[in-house]
Design a protein around this ligand. Structure first.
Ligand SMILES: NC(=O)c1ccc[n+]([C@@H]2O[C@H](COP(=O)([O-])OP(=O)(O)OC[C@H]3O[C@@H](n4cnc5c(N)ncnc54)[C@H](OP(=O)(O)O)[C@@H]3O)[C@@H](O)[C@H]2O)c1
Length: 270
């Protein structure tokens, strides 16, 4: 496994195994994107509501990279018209298509079947290669499948040893849905946790690198965000070690249903 490795989507296409998060990129977004592409990041995650799409578009243009050399994930909001929002996202990004469009979160009522139909239309018209969801419970995903016959390729959810769900992992495995891990560094809140730091010392790696490797070992695609050049570099230097089964167990056992976003999220409620 290396930075060029991919995971198979149920549509037959492939997705990189690691991407750059861009929520709250406070440095020049375009500069960070250019640097990340130079370092070898194969995927960028953004959303219509992050405010980073214009800067990402600028960085992608400035990099001079061919479109097929990077994978772009973005999202429509639960209050949007999904089809129209997809077109707006693409205009902000200066792109003809996204690789993956997600519903950012389920709406207050229902599972967002109309949003899902809007993304299906966008996909059928070539505005995005694949479509998926974010912050969805198993029941909500099932409702979209029941309504349309279309299974999301991805559920992007908060995911770290401190907050993860065996039931969601099993459900997504059975449905061939890939989990993308957001806030994989717990937004820095648990990087000093004693057990994590102890294990990191053992592998001569940083706590952040262990968190990324833990996700990869579970077949989950992490999206660490970093402004700082040394963080950007560190977070992809994760392919020269492997966590033992015993140490995976130790990390698994740190689960406290933690969420950096606040109350226990719907996808952890079993
Ligand atoms: N779908 C959703 O609802 C949703 C929700 C939240 C996030 N996301 C996506 O997931 C991405 C990641 O999540 P996140 O931004 O919430 O949090 P995160 O990636 O868990 O944490 C980001 C924080 O970790 C720091 N950091 C990064 N690498 C580090 C390292 N090697 N050592 C020490 N600290 C390090 C960053 O610092 P610096 O920036 O200073 O380098 C930043 O403060 C987002 O950017 C976004 O793309 C999606």
């Amino acid at each position: 496994m290396d930075i060029h490795s991919t995971v198979q989507l149920h549509t037959g296409r492939k997705m990189p195994i690691l991407g750059l998060g861009t929520w709250k990129l406070t440095d020049s977004t375009a500069d960070v994107i250019v640097r990340a592409l130079e370092l070898g990041y194969p995927m960028i995650d953004t959303s219509g509501d992050y405010g980073t799409q214009p800067g990402i578009g600028e960085g992608l243009q400035r990099s001079g990279r061919p479109r097929e050399s990077y994978y772009l994930v973005t999202k429509v909001e639960e209050t949007d018209d999904a089809y129209e929002a997809t077109k707006k996202d693409l205009a902000d990004l200066q792109l003809d298509y996204a690789d993956l469009m997600l519903i950012h979160r389920p709406p207050d009522s229902g599972a967002g079947e109309d949003l899902w139909r809007g993304l299906i239309k966008a996909r059928d018209e070539g505005l995005t290669k694949d479509i998926g969801v974010s912050n969805y419970s198993e029941e909500q995903i099932q409702a979209l499948i029941d309504a349309t016959g279309e299974t999301p390729v991805v559920n992007q959810i908060e995911w770290s040893p401190f907050g993860w769900s065996k039931a969601m992992l099993e459900f997504c495995g059975a449905e061939n849905i890939v989990i993308q891990a957001y806030s994989p560094m717990t937004r820095s809140e648990r990087l000093s946790h004693e057990a994590l730091v102890g294990l990191a010392d053992k592998y001569k790696k940083s706590p952040a690198q262990l968190l990324i490797r833990w996700s990869l070992r579970k077949g989950v695609v992490p999206l660490p965000k970093a402004n700082q050049a040394e963080h950007l570099q560190e977070n992809i230097a994760v392919f020269d070690f492997e966590l033992s089964a015993e140490d995976m167990g130790t990390l698994d056992a740190l689960n406290e249903e933690y969420s950096a976003l606040g109350p226990k999220p719907v996808y952890l409620q079993q």
